[in-house]
Design a protein around this ligand. Structure first.
Ligand SMILES: [Zn+2]
Length: 517
């Protein structure tokens, strides 16, 4: 990639870090005006949508723009993009070919896609220049790590004379953005560091063995997987000492953070908020109180269902995202279903970027028993990646109904053959169970449904969730590690036993009485 350009962008971003809030707002406005002007003049879809929008009028703001949804963007993909040579059919075809991973589409573009959390995946196309922005944002703002004076020199000496070991645990194989971000990097970065890509689908013992061998300096992973690794470290099966840990793609809950911090007391954890649509949207500083939104290049509006803005401190129902450096595929006031809470108070670190808290969607980890009755953790992201491979599926929901029984509820596309879709799901799960050595102990049911059930409380679709409790409580010895559900089952059994023996005693007493008579 354009290394010189990436370095130039990094310097620009570092420069912005030192500006005051007013200056950042001016930079944001200028970048937004440029993006809108470009979209209006190069994209037929936006030319039509923005026919009444004048980015140069004094009262112009991001709220002058009508919002767009994923469906709007995908249905009109060919007229949204600003290069007429691009079309959805070819882009989709390209992402189906795993041999194309890390290569340039039409020698010019990088293509990514979402994992289709609300049904259909969305596709995004970036030029080299846009990708360089993304790289620069990830490098300078992804992890705002501030080591101590001693650590700084210790790490610097290491980087100069050795290679930094970076482990990325992710969904491999698909054109997913996190993976591509590490895969498509400047050559110098690959020379200075040794990147190890580990598939999140691998059995946990295998991952642990590889991580022990590698002992990475930097570990990047999903929070749900990090939690499982923290558990392995606490149990003594894993022993790694990363300089730092970063997490993205899912919200890092306070409980998860506490667990991870207990397992890796010397490794600071940095949470990043990014989506396929907006990579490195916000990230934590060393205060770890919330995340700073990169408002010089993104606009993140937390809004209510009707699109009106929320007050600081309140959770929005959704988010409008504007990505100000995107030109190939303009992304302006694009609706995301994430729940974010904008904060009004500034951070003590002095950065000019506002703070946000992200609630995002939370999928569950499934804890099941293997054939030896040992607990096995199944994180949600591999399931998501697996279900993405299914053609003709409109929506799905995966539920752990009982400890060792999962159900896949699916809704096929109108033009798809349901039996064929069901066959594909079955095949994927058969392979999964085989890989995890859970064939004889984990049941997977598949059912076609008219509609996917929404959570009665939030009204949102919970994609991957469990109706049973977790099988482990950190800090509790393995033998006593039982979930509430297990404890309830054990208590019920004991009660039944007591009732039975009481019954037996009463029967015997009656018999004895009878004998006496
Ligand atoms: Zn801060």
């Amino acid at each position: 990639m354009g290394l010189v350009r990436t370095i130039y962008y990094c310097l620009k971003l570092r420069h912005n870090d030192k500006q005051h809030v007013g200056k950042i707002q001016r930079i944001q406005r200028r970048n937004l005006q440029r993006a809108v002007r470009y979209a209006k003049s190069h994209s037929p879809f936006f030319r039509d949508l923005y026919k009444d929008v004048d980015p140069d009028s004094p009262d112009f703001s991001v709220r002058s723009l009508p919002p767009v949804t994923k469906d709007d963007m995908m249905e009109n993909f060919d007229s949204v993009v600003t290069d007429p040579r691009l079309n959805l059919e070819e882009v989709r075809e390209w992402t189906r070919d795993r041999g194309k991973l890390g290569r340039m589409f039409k020698r010019k573009y990088i293509v990514t896609h979402t994992s289709g959390t609300t049904g259909m995946p969305a596709y995004f196309v970036y030029s080299r220049k846009e990708w360089d922005w993304i790289q620069a944002l990830s490098v300078t703002r992804g992890i705002r790590y501030k080591p101590s004076f001693i650590d700084f020199w210790r790490h610097a000496v290491w980087v100069l004379f050795h290679r930094t070991r970076v482990a990325l645990i992710s969904v491999l194989g698909g054109h997913f953005v996190t993976y591509l971000l590490f895969l498509v990097t400047p050559k110098i970065a690959r020379k200075l560091s040794r990147f190890e890509f580990l598939s999140v689908v691998k059995p946990v013992p295998e991952l642990v063995a590889r991580l022990n061998q590698l002992d990475p300096h930097v570990l990047h992973c999903y929070p749900t997987m990090l939690e499982i690794l923290a558990h392995e470290q606490l149990e003594g099966r894993m022993n790694i000492k990363p300089w730092l840990i970063s997490s993205s793609s899912e919200p890092l809950t306070p409980t998860a953070r506490r667990r991870i911090e207990r397992a890796f007391p010397k490794s600071p954890i940095y949470e990043t908020y990014g989506t396929t649509e907006g990579i490195t949207l916000a990230s934590e500083c060393h205060h770890h109180s919330a995340m700073h939104v990169n408002t010089d290049h993104y606009i993140l509006e937390s809004v209510k269902d009707d699109g009106s803005p929320v007050e600081p401190g309140q959770a929005g129902d959704k988010v409008y995202l504007s990505c100000l450096f995107m030109r190939t595929m303009p992304l302006l006031r694009y609706e995301l279903t994430d729940v974010t809470i904008p904060l009004a108070e500034p951070c003590d670190c002095g950065l000019p970027f506002p703070l946000v808290k992200v609630r995002g969607r939370t999928d569950d980890i499934f804890w099941v028993y293997d054939q030896h009755k040992q607990p096995v953790a199944l994180p949600p992201i591999p399931f998501e990646a697996m279900l993405l491979e299914i053609d003709g599926m409109r929506q799905y929901q995966l539920v752990q109904e009982e400890r060792n029984r999962l159900m896949v509820y699916f809704r096929p596309n109108d033009d798809a053959d349901p039996a064929e879709v069901q066959g594909q799901i079955r095949k994927q799960f058969d392979r999964f169970l085989h890989e995890k050595q859970l064939v004889d102990c984990l049941q997977v049911g598949i059912q076609q449904v008219e509609d996917i059930q929404r959570d009665p409380k939030s009204g949102k679709i919970r994609q991957i969730f469990s109706r049973v409790e977790r099988l482990y409580l950190p800090g509790v010895p393995l033998g006593e590690r039982r979930s509430g559900e297990d404890r309830r089952l054990a208590r019920d059994k004991k009660l039944q036993g007591e009732r039975r023996s009481r019954q037996r005693r009463t029967d015997e007493d009656e018999d004895e009485e009878g004998e006496e008579q």
